[in-house]
Design a protein around this ligand. Structure first.
Ligand code: ZN
Length: 141
């Protein structure tokens, strides 16, 4: 290092200049470099909107305050609609196919079966949801 007083080169560990006698304070540590990124560039926001449509997923249906009686009435009028109302979309569609497509083909037999089963099922599934239980998308009764 160099003496601040006389400018002569002196020992790095010296506390006193051996040329002029001036006390030499150890050089202070260099000031920390300014932290990089003092300002941040606004990055394009991905907005994070993710359409979360679980078509045919096996995600359980959480209780959501649906009305059991309404579900039964809906499935009484249109077998399967009560299930759709409760959140069992694909099961409800299956009931509708059973009642309105396979029903007429079987002389109304499957329509009657679908109608009775859909009503009972809407009641049972609705009660489970009312009790705070989750139901599987294809859970019956
Ligand atoms: Zn000196």
């Amino acid at each position: 290092m160099f003496c601040k007083n006389c400018g002569q080169q002196i020992d790095d560990n010296a506390t006193k200049c051996d040329k002029c006698g001036a006390s030499v304070a150890p050089a202070a540590a260099p000031a920390a470099a300014p932290a990089a990124g003092g300002f941040s560039t606004p990055s394009p926001n991905g907005s994070g909107v993710v359409l979360n449509i679980n078509v045919g997923s096996q995600e359980p249906i959480a209780p959501s305050g649906k009305n059991t009686i309404l579900a039964v009435i809906l499935s009484c009028c249109f077998p399967g609609v009560g299930q759709i109302y409760l959140g069992q979309l694909f099961k409800g569609i299956a009931f509708l196919i059973l009642a309105y497509i396979l029903g007429p083909v079987t002389g109304g037999l499957l329509a009657i079966v679908a109608w009775i089963v859909a009503m009972l099922d809407a009641f049972k599934i609705g009660k489970k949801l009312e009790e705070g239980k989750s139901v599987a998308p294809w859970e019956f009764f």
